[in-house]
Design a protein around this ligand. Structure first.
Ligand SMILES: [Zn+2]
Length: 166
């Protein structure tokens, strides 16, 4: 789609939000939901930061759908009188990361060697074991997620949405 300049695209999107007197306005969320691919492709040329935000939203939406489906399956199992479905489900990476951070914080409070500003590899062996065990706690976390988590903690990069407090 021919948006020759950033301003041209911005003007078009502005009109999409508010087409003018007597015409229906859209919210930003509505615009985001209906934005055609060619417009999105043009947009991210100028606003590459939106790619990660959209991907993150998509991943969370997939997790939400999976959770709703699991709930619906459990519901129908109960209606039929089947054995209750196991409530075990895979932890999301975020949940694993939060569990690891919480376990590390609990450990640090009671450990003479570990300090709050330490990264995972700097912690004592017990602390490392406790944090990773919490991340990998049942319900299962895929090995690649644990690896990714370990890497994020090792690099000192807190996973999305996690603030490491002391
Ligand atoms: Zn320790």
């Amino acid at each position: 789609m021919p948006y020759k300049t950033e301003d041209e695209l911005r003007g078009f999107l502005c009109l999409c939000l508010d087409p003018g007197p007597g015409r229906t306005k859209r919210t930003a969320a509505q615009l985001a939901a209906i934005m055609p691919d060619p417009v999105y492709e043009a947009l991210i040329q100028y606003a590459p930061n939106l790619v990660e935000l959209r991907e993150h939203a998509g991943q969370l939406a997939e997790q939400a759908t999976a959770a709703h489906n699991a709930y619906a399956e459990g519901l129908v199992a109960w209606i039929r009188g089947d054995e209750p479905l196991s409530v075990r489900r895979r932890k999301s990476l975020l949940e694993s990361a939060m569990a690891a951070v919480q376990a590390a914080q609990r450990h640090i409070e009671g450990c003479a060697d570990c300090r709050p500003d330490m990264r995972l590899p700097e912690m004592c062996p017990d602390g490392q074991r406790e944090a990773l065990a919490a991340a990998d706690d049942k319900p299962e976390c895929a090995p690649e997620e644990v690896l990714q988590l370990h890497q994020q903690l090792t690099d000192g990069v807190p996973p999305h949405g996690i603030e490491i407090t002391r």
